[in-house]
Design a binder for this molecule. Structure first.
Ligand code: HEM
Length: 191
């Protein structure tokens, strides 16, 4: 081996070694990322979410299970309220209609309350286009009689829990719906 060839080889080896060392640094396995925590399911998902099921109220039609669960609770709750002497006075307009066999106001309230709860619990495929919670519960709403006080609000929660129980909603979900409803006390209680 000539001197020149030997120098060339040595340089080449050094270069190779340096390249490998450089690559090694770049190629080092990054610290493995911790597994990302599973996203917390929304209340709507816990109620069945977007899974499509038969709508018992409309044979042949499908409905999101989460929406159906909420609508069932809402409808049961309206019936509980209708039989609740403490809350009946607030719903005088509705109760007079129903007493006369007119269910249009009931259907409209069922839909707006269900859409409200659907959006509030995390539904993506529904919108609420009714009155905001302040106006829904004062004279801006001609269907509302009087103003809600804390006792009436507490009673509404009792009736809602009863409506949920009638539909076998799991206790943990009822607790979380209760917490959600509690966040609405401030705009709704207006006396
Ligand atoms: C968190 C609790 C509540 C929620 C989420 C809620 C929600 C609603 C919604 C979405 C409407 C329909 C608004 C519209 O038509 O644009 C409504 C109407 C009404 N709410 Fe509430 N509400 C709550 C508590 C209460 C309480 C405690 C009372 C009385 C004690 C009450 C009495 C009424 C009445 C009388 C109406 C009109 C019903 C009708 O259309 O015939 N609400 N509420």
């Amino acid at each position: 081996m000539t001197m020149n060839r030997s120098i060339t080889l040595t340089l080449a080896s050094l270069l190779l070694a340096a390249t490998i060392a450089g690559c090694k640094k770049d190629d080092e396995d990054p610290v493995p990322a911790p597994p990302s925590p599973a996203p917390t399911p929304t209340l709507y998902q816990r109620l069945g979410g977007t899974t499509m099921v038969n709508d018992p109220a409309n044979p042949g039609q499908m409905i999101e299970q989460g929406y159906l669960g909420l609508r069932s609770v809402v409808d049961s709750t309206i019936f509980v309220i209708a039989g609740d002497a403490q809350l009946q006075p607030y719903f005088a307009v509705l109760l007079a209609e129903v007493g006369a066999g007119d269910l249009t106001g009931f259907a409209a309230l069922s839909e707006s309350l269900t859409e409200f709860f659907a959006v509030a619990t995390g539904a993506q495929n529904f919108t609420y286009d009714g009155l905001n919670m302040v106006d829904a519960h004062n004279s801006a709403n001609p269907r509302m009689t009087g103003l809600v006080d804390d006792a009436a609000f507490d009673r509404f929660i009792v009736d809602l829990v009863e409506g949920a129980a009638q539909n076998d909603v799991p206790a943990a979900i009822v607790t979380d719906i209760g917490a959600l409803v509690e966040t609405l006390r401030d705009p709704i209680v207006q006396q």
